[in-house]
Ligand binder design. Sequence first.
Ligand code: 5AD
Length: 513
Amino acid sequence: MGSELIQIKVASQAGLPGTPRSSSGATGGAASFAAWGLVNERITAKGACGVGRRPGPANVDPPAGTVATAGTLKTFYLETFGCQMNVHDSEKVQGVLMARGMTPVENHHEADLVLYNTCSIREKAAQKVFSRLGVFRKGRSGAPKLIGVLGCVAQQEGERFFERAPQVSLVCGSASYSKLPELLDQLETGKQRVTGLSLLTEECFETEMTRRDNPFRAYLTIIEGCDQRCSFCVVPMTRGPERSRPSDKILAEARRLVDQGYTEIQLLGQIVNAWHDPSPARLGFAELLSRLAEVPGIRRVRFTTSHPRYFTSDIVQAIDANPNLCDQIHLPLQSGSTTVLARMLRGYTREEYLEKIHGIRKARRAISLSTDIIVGFCGETGEDFEQTLSLIKEVEYDQVFSFKYSPRPNTLAEGSRDALAEEEKGRRLTELQELQRQIQVRRNQALLGESFEVLVEGYQARLGQAVGRSTTNRVINFPGRPEDVGRYLTVKVTSAGPNSLVGARAGSADLSF
Ligand code: 5AD
């Protein structure tokens, strides 16, 4: 899964990552978890669909008068919840809508079509769309002509969505986005309810046009879907089977991005390093990284999210060989206990994970490390949790995204008898976060007096402060000017907190890369 959960609205520049993620949790059911101890296996397209929601008929009649007839749709408002994959999907969806002649608007009051691109990774995230939809109850004035729900909750709920929220006319999962123009045409010509819920696809969502919200970092999807079967995770059921984009398409998009003025690209995939080239070139992931690094004009390449299982030493070698491959790796651990990892069906042990980390630590540049951790997974004992804490102490991550386990529908762990009490999950989460806070303070303090290059991503006029990001993904605030935005500058660290640094300008970085 993507590493940073963010929430953006269309027509804003708020797509800059870095908003803190929240934790969530929900109590489990009563059935036993039959899959304990199974080896992780890659599932086929058929298998993924078998456990997911089946595609339904593309039109289900609503009770009379519950939804409006569309007519011509001229304006849209799109709000996005969830990971960077969702953010980028929304950028592409906006491109599709604009190519059809529609115009984005700043708020839902002005929109003919209101779309929510949803996240269901945890229960709390999934609930957000329902609270948004509450505003548009039947008969209320100011409701848009049409409401559509996209993304993971759409896929998960399928046609049930219409029962829970009769004001909705369109329900479409990410594996069906290429059908969006067709679905909107159907609505415009009088159909009341349309769905795109098939997961049977071998294709990626390719668009002629993408409306990019982040002016500095361009997202570039290289692989969609997920064939893993982590027992806690809903993604294979909501995003469908894994499909990689051919290397020539990826490299062509990277060149186009440079032509558009981007110098930083971020490769995206649920499991980005499971990418394999379907084209005759048959590049490996590390080779793709090196080819991208050679594209003239690209100064920074990031990639997320890597799975430890596919994290091979040639990725570190590629980073060593190419200074413009960023010295930053996000490698989700999930748990420091081999027993829990086996129940999660992660496909690696604590020792194997640590071996990968040691390989990364041997790189020429000090690579910054971040991770995702789930606390309170079913059956996690105090001893298991201690193992997670001890691994965090050993690795000393630069950033940890931590979550209370939240049971998800159709996952193998759903309904396990070994659910932990919410209070216990909360207690463990607080303890882990406090440990990590201390580590971050220490690690950031160690940077005092160091200088590094930042790409300036914003300026706060009220404070006279510019905010930049290092290649290691550290955020640094420093006295700056509005015209610094978009430039590469060298900044010296003058003070450090747990989550960000403060600095002073130390000169301009070389602009002729
Ligand atoms: N409960 C809590 N956290 C989860 N994640 C994925 N599924 C769940 C769940 N059911 C976390 C994992 C993943 C991150 C994006 O979200 O840590 O890496």
